[in-house]
Write a protein that binds this ligand. Sequence first.
Ligand code: GTP
Ligand code: MG
Length: 370
Amino acid sequence: PETITVGELAERMKKPAAEVIKKLMLLGIMASVNENLDFDTASLIAEELGCTFEKEIILTDEEKLFNDVEDAPESLKPRSPVVVVMGHVDHGKTSLLDCIRNTNVTEGEFGGITQHIGAYRVRVGDKKITFLDTPGHEAFTAMRARGALVTDIAILVVAADDGIMPQTIEAINHARAAEVSIIVAINKIDKEGANPDRVRQELTEHGLVPEEWGGDTICVEVSAKKGTNIDQLLEMVLLVAEMKELKANPDRPAKGTVIEAQLDKGRGPVASVLVQNGTLRVGDLVVAGTAMGHVRAMNDDKGRSVKKAGPSIPVEILGLSEVPEGGDVFYVVEDERKARAVVENRKFKEKQERQKKTTTVSLDNLFEQI
Ligand code: GTP
Ligand code: MG
């Protein structure tokens, strides 16, 4: 059964624990600060002390309170894929990301100055692809640690003159654990000593059998330096995306993940977020980790101010109360009271965790001294 300690209840209500204990005594319950109370007792006490204590807010899985309802199949519309580039050091992740971005930002797009918001979108024909701009495993680990699965497809960059290396294997494992589709970009084919077939051989040894060898792993030979076959690589991304039938419901309050965030001197907390479901709008009330606030302004990856952002679209948002962490899940919340309760609850838990840690540390110190 769900319970709350006397101390926790007092802290949530911002009342001294003694007051809670006194009220309990009047009810004939003798309890210490660490005593567990059931919900009925807790809410009774809360009421007595002039606070509303709502079980649903405090005791249940808080994220369920938000818009966590399943989407009806008919509400789902196709969305563009979210892609991350991974691979061993120096195999060309950054070069590839730059190359993709440069060949695609220019034509026909206004305000072509790309902002760094942790992700960007490129157009391929009449389709779009969202790239997470943090190459490597960080994009995965930080987000996966918080249970946020953001990417659909991983482009695994393997230098043709170097082959599969430890971090390539690590990347394969990360992508597999996250159940993300892998497309291999065999890079640096312009280089002397490039041996794409050796890469294919090594891929096979790690369970990624190339299509041309009868398996189902798509490999594209590219040169990020010369811009060779980049279009073909992007076509393959779209092909895989199509097979995955990626969908989302744009007609609901937004939910997504914080890609990165920082405190900006002039603008306050700034968070780059990826909308994964629903549509995020200026004015929406957002909760992200222990941060909340109404979205005051939004910018897209080209630095343009936008009023709304649908599924798979990365935007930078202003208006949060504090800086959330990369990987934090964000939700649009309709009920400000619930939002506040959830944030308070999270802060409370964080504080508890910190206190726990400090206690452990000081105990260790104590032993050292002895
Ligand atoms: P880290 O971020 O350090 O892990 O490296 P990275 O994977 O981002 O590699 P990066 O793009 O920085 O490229 C490493 C080196 O390889 C640079 O000197 C690039 O110029 C070079 N390079 C990248 N792609 C190619 C290519 O297709 N051909 C050739 N010849 N050189 C390339
Ligand atoms: Mg790099």
